[in-house]
Ligand binder design. Structure first.
Ligand SMILES: Nc1ncnc2c1ncn2[C@@H]1O[C@H](COP(=O)(O)OP(=O)(O)O)[C@@H](O)[C@H]1O
Ligand SMILES: [Mg+2]
Length: 306
């Protein structure tokens, strides 16, 4: 399902006041499910009437949501409003100059769009659309989560983006992953990868021998990453990209776990199972699970200083 970047339709119409209003809604959502109109007006340094008028516009562009049956008039930021704030931040920091409304990547938990930097370089912007799997994984990684009463999607999707940015920073000097360029709120900007997702290759497009070669490259690469101390935990044919020059890249890292976490061994085992199964099912590449698993188990143990 390809979706348009709704944030971009409103963006050209927005004034400085609108951005202040959106910021006011965002910040106050830490304390309110529905942020009172008065608080927003105060934050935006304007009167209630003007704030209400602009919020009506922002509502019609789907950047905020309004509610009046709660004893007062309150507003919430929508995901599109959050997109607007992230795009504005990237633009002010000189990270991106323009972004395309057409989606390049449709994933499970994110929408990815092409953009260009002020220097004319093509980059990818990944906006998190928070889902269940990364949430479960993050709970494991960030136990302090469990104590929070009011866990908002704002907070979680921001944490998810930060984690992926951290993973890419950690790994890009040593492994074939996209180079990270910037991070803001629930979005990251990274090097644009020209290539095709392994999952998008049809049966006839890849011979069994070529598929076997690719699997070997992926296993070698992943073994080095595990030895370095990181488990992907969402490894699949959807997260492997084959570039024009027949190289492979492993993408989509927000749910990574350091091998220092004992639980990471279970995720590693699942990653290897998923990989071998999909190559067997689609290209009849047979690999002995135990043999491969031995390699990875050893790499995992070595990474923990064992
Ligand atoms: N750096 C990039 N350059 C080009 N396309 C990308 C890039 N990162 C992701 N994509 C595309 O977007 C899709 C979704 O991104 P991904 O990181 O896998 O997120 P999700 O969690 O939604 O699966 C990918 O499968 C890929 O097609
Ligand atoms: Mg993915």
């Amino acid at each position: 399902m390809v979706s348009k970047l709704i944030a971009l339709e409103a963006y050209p119409h927005l004034k400085d006041l609108d951005f202040r209003i959106l910021r006011g809604v965002e910040l106050n959502m830490r304390h309110h499910r529905w942020v009172p109109l008065e608080d927003i007006a105060r934050f935006a340094r304007t009167d209630v009437e003007t704030a209400s008028h602009r919020l009506g516009k922002l509502d019609s562009w789907e950047l905020v949501r309004r509610r009046s049956d709660i004893g007062y008039i309150g507003y919430q930021l929508t995901i599109h409003g959050y997109d607007v704030l992230a795009i504005r931040a990237f633009s002010r920091k000189g990270i991106i100059e323009a972004i395309s409304t057409t989606q390049i990547g449709v994933g499970k938990e994110a929408d990815v769009y092409a953009a260009v930097t002020p220097g004319g370089k093509r980059v990818a912007v990944k906006f998190n659309r928070i889902g269940r799997t990364s949430f479960t994984r993050i709970k494991l990684y960030r136990r302090d989560f469990m104590d929070k009463r009011h866990i908002s999607w704002l907070y979680i999707s921001r944490l998810v983006a930060q984690r992926e940015y951290d993973a890419l920073q950690l790994l890009s000097p040593v492994a074939r992953v996209p180079r990270p360029i910037g991070w803001n709120r629930h979005a990251i900007v990274m090097e644009f990868i020209n290539g095709v997702e392994l999952a998008d290759l049809r049966e006839g497009e890849l011979s069994r021998e070529d598929a076997e070669g690719i699997l070997d490259m992926v296993l070698d690469e992943y073994e080095r990453i595990v030895e370095f101390g990181v488990v992907h935990s969402d490894m699949s044919e959807f997260n492997i990209v084959i570039t024009e020059d027949h190289d492979i890249l492993i993408i989509d890292w927000p749910q990574y776990l350091p091998t220092a976490y004992p639980e990471s061994i279970e995720y590693l085992k699942r990653d290897i199972t998923v990989l071998l199964n999909s190559f067997r099912r689609r290209w009849r590449v047979e690999k002995d699970f135990n043999e491969v698993w031995n390699r990875f188990y050893n790499a995992w143990t070595r990474s923990r200083g064992g």
